[in-house]
Write a protein that binds this ligand. Sequence first.
Ligand code: PLP
Length: 372
Amino acid sequence: MRLETLAIHAGGESDSETGAATPPIHLATTFRHGPAGERIAGYEYQREGNPTNDRLRTAIAALEGGATALTFASGMAAATTLLESLPSGARIVLPDDCYSGVRMLAAEFLPERGIQVRRVDMADLDAVRGACADGVDLLWAETPSNPLMKVSDIAALAALAREHGALLVCDNTFASPVLQQPLALGADIVMHSTTKYFGGHSDVLGGALAFKREDEFFARVTHRLHITGAVLAPFNAWLTLRGCRSLPARMALHCSNARRIATLLEAQPQVERVNYPGLASHPGHVVATQQMRDFGGMLSVQLRGGREAALAMAGKLRLFTNATSLGGCESLVEHRGSVEGPLTTTPQNLLRLSVGLEHVDDLIADLAQALQ
Ligand code: PLP
């Protein structure tokens, strides 16, 4: 089945009890069992699983081409549960440019658990090879990356991970499975903030992991999730499952709007650089063309005139709301350096745009008046 069909039907079967044509929500925290705790329909307690969550797990596994999937209370809960399932002493390599929450997790919390972290430019394979030279247990890719939109070569990283007997995890939040399927390119685990494109309406927090194999590591992460408890609430699972149905259609419009905007912005004299993998000028364009079906709805723009010029433009935009996050119907802009705080390494002249589903000509007019 093709992805557009899976997005609607995987996990979306009609309700066997009532015939309801769309999925019901099960809010129960507890499920009747036999006198010795025998499960009747496979469920016991919401933290250990519930039918609404299982539908979403089925949908995400199908869309990513995985053997199975887990859902979490947020993207950060997914990343944390996964990384803290590694044994003490594990060595991980993280991208220099990636979501700031993952950077903080790596800087503040993982070392306390005895996990050694190295950060490197994942788009530079020689640098990654060097960082792995004296052993590695897990490589973390985020492609395209937040906020510089760097592209890393998933198949090449997977080959490197295999050489070292390491796992390759890919944060696929920016692309979504509609545009990129890391498991098919050799990754072992895909991570998502489903808060973004999966939810699609900026109204539901969530995270997910899709696993290539239902193996011992999957069992370890599942056990940790059930005990530490960062589970997705059923209502949030239901909203996210609802988002899956329109994900391919939404992604098509996000991509075409962002491509038009990136191309136009690149031609403006006030603009120093546009970071969008769909542009021929992007250093990762060739790799992106090989591993992505389209280039997504995210881009960042660096302005001549530094921080002041970036803040002035952000302040003048009317249709692009000044807000963090991404992947919703409405367009957003943020001065990423300010949002990331004092330890940011993001250039101060950079604005990150989440291009929404408004008419592209209205978005272009808004950008044009803000650039004046
Ligand atoms: N990964 C990426 C690429 C993100 O952009 C984000 C959030 O912005 C996260 C992970 C974390 O997700 P959440 O906010 O759902 O915890």
